[in-house]
Write a protein that binds this ligand. Structure first.
Ligand code: FES
Length: 149
């Protein structure tokens, strides 16, 4: 059974994005449409999943470039199946795990010294006396080191 093609308005409404955003995603090659006889864009239903994945990935700070590289592993000529999405998620697994670890560390470190050089927290003299960590790198050295563990 041929699944009903969706108009740009239907996709925008269901995904909670603007039509301009869909045009932008299409210009960037993240999603694809075909034209009907009236030269209007029509999307296959799996575009709803693609747009939702793009939004979710952007929410956690993944770049459009990285999102495109992942979506490019999906077939364009047919609806991606479970195996296709499984392959995509395996590609992203390490990146997402690193981000989760970094965000968890950030959440848990904000009440203490992150090794940024400010020396403004009560435990900075313990963890970063006289900003000794400044010689080990720039930015929040403790946070960056911890998120690599
Ligand atoms: S939080 Fe900035 S040096 Fe400790």
């Amino acid at each position: 059974m041929q699944k009903k093609a969706l108009s740009v308005g239907m996709v925008a409404k269901r995904c909670g994005v603007s039509v301009a955003t869909l045009h932008f995603y299409e210009d960037k090659g993240l999603i694809h449409s075909r034209r009907n006889q009236g030269n209007q864009r029509r999307y296959a239903p799996d575009v709803l999943r693609r747009v939702s994945v793009i939004k979710a990935a952007q929410k956690v700070g993944i770049s459009l470039q990285s999102i495109k590289a992942a979506l490019d592993t999906l077939p364009n000529q047919r609806t991606p199946n479970k195996e296709d999405w499984q392959r995509l998620s395996e590609n992203w697994h390490q990146d997402l795990s690193d981000r989760i670890r970094y965000m968890t560390r950030l959440r848990d470190s904000l009440s203490g010294c992150i090794g940024c050089g400010c020396l403004s927290m009560t435990n900075c003299p313990i963890y970063n006396p006289d900003d000794v960590l400044g010689s080990q790198g720039d930015g929040p050295v403790i946070l960056d080191q911890a998120s690599k563990e």
